[in-house]
Design a protein around this ligand. Sequence first.
Ligand code: ATP
Length: 238
Amino acid sequence: TSSESLLKVGGLQAGYGHTQVLFGIDLEVKAGEIVTIIGANGAGKTTTLRSISGLTRIYGGTLTFKGRSIKGIAPEEVTRLGLAHCPEGRQILQRLTVEENLIAGYLPERGQSFDAIRSDVFAMFPVLKERRNSLASRMSGGQQQMLAIGRSLMASPELLMLDEPSLGLAPKLINQIFEIIISLSNAGISLIVVEQNASVALEIADYAYVFDAGRCSAEGGARNVLNDPGLKEAYLGA
Ligand code: ATP
């Protein structure tokens, strides 16, 4: 059902060495939802995603995915459980081809055949099919973002975390990325979307968390957050 809890984060504290960045984050994603995390630069959005996927050592708190603790679990193992992370800055393998990048993202343990997922990814991103033999480095910024999302999809995620998917893209491409996010959601994938582009993210999300200096300063239905005049100032950084 749509009210089933997929991911639960409780009292998450994390940071880098002695610099604490997160001071007790509570967050939940229910199956089928698009959840957005918005907030100013440095608020801790990226650190939260990295903590969930095991890339940052956490100081404390609980992380539960599909009812099981994923605290302290290696990133590859988290992905194998069905939680994929498409990082900020894309981090695709520039010297490999489009197809080789997709191969690198494939996880046979998820139980789907490579050909089946690849054809789904090609259907969603025709440009990746057209340019399957091109070096990733030859792709435009928008195409690289599509490749990064496509590569994450090769792991057949149930929950996909996208960090700043629209970063650095022209307005037309930003719209295209958000349409893709909606179609991923329609395909049954739950999503966490971290965005600077708060108003667009709020328009497509079900639920929103507003971060401020390592804490969640507000949360609620995305429509309510979008229309709340006080919050508008907070998330637009005005
Ligand atoms: P942005 O949109 O700028 O990525 P954010 O909300 O995602 O913002 P984080 O990237 O999580 O914020 O950063 C939160 C804080 O942690 C910032 O003050 C940042 O300087 C600090 N920080 C991030 N990465 C490191 C690191 N590797 N070492 C030390 N401090 C870091």
